[in-house]
Unconditional design. Structure first.
Length: 211
């Protein structure tokens, strides 16, 4: 499940079946909310669907909002989060090494990734604890705050990054790419119809998503 936007106040939240590739449910939304995702899952259950697992992005609070349902955080979204913290082309050796580890996320197993991440943290622990003092106030702050945030994000989300691995029999996708690709195709087609009213745009989306 994922959401895409056109502008700031018009978006589509989509729920897709990873097995049949069928779009099951959509909502038009002004903003993305955990409440709406939870409502969508309940709606699918009410319609008789059995939700074996959920694949979603790392939206705060979302991945631990579902009881008794395995939740896989999209690994692609996790990579994007780290890229925002350390940039696409980091310069510091510690950041470069972390980027290389994160690049392995989508092609390795849980134990290997966790081991590499722990080794990285041990190696750079002192570096991460470095502080910079503000000469005017005398107060200090961590020198490498964004790198620390990148590491903390990985540690915080680790339990949900390998749900597919912990529940291998369910064949859970490790990304929301099936939806992301669908959204990209939809937006490309809509670009050829610039100037549509909101009502006509919604009609186009309805026909494209068939849900």
């Amino acid at each position: 499940m994922d959401t895409t936007y056109w502008g700031r106040q018009f978006g589509v939240m989509l729920f897709k079946d990873a097995i049949s590739k069928e779009n099951l449910l959509k909502y038009y939304v002004k903003s993305e909310s955990n409440k709406k995702y939870i409502e969508g899952i309940q709606e699918l259950k009410n319609r008789g669907y059995k939700v074996k697992a959920i694949v979603c992005d790392g939206r705060k609070g979302l991945i631990n909002s579902f009881k008794n349902i395995p939740v896989q955080m999209c690994q692609f979204h996790q990579v994007a989060i780290i890229r925002r913290y350390i940039t696409k082309n980091p310069k510091m050796p510690a950041s470069i090494e972390l980027k290389e580890i994160v690049a392995l996320l989508k092609q390795t197993d849980k134990e290997s990734f966790e081991g590499l991440l722990n080794e990285w943290h041990i190696k750079w622990k002192s570096f991460l604890q470095e502080r910079t003092v503000n000469e005017k106030t005398g107060k200090s702050h961590y020198t490498h705050k964004r790198l620390r945030s990148a590491h903390r994000s990985l540690k915080t989300n680790l339990n949900w990054l390998f749900t597919w691995y912990d529940n291998i029999e369910l064949k859970i996708p490790n990304t929301t790419n099936a939806i992301d690709g669908h959204f990209a195709d939809l937006k490309n087609k809509l670009r050829n119809h610039n100037g549509l009213t909101l009502k006509r745009k919604m009609k186009f989306i309805n026909e494209f998503l068939k849900v």
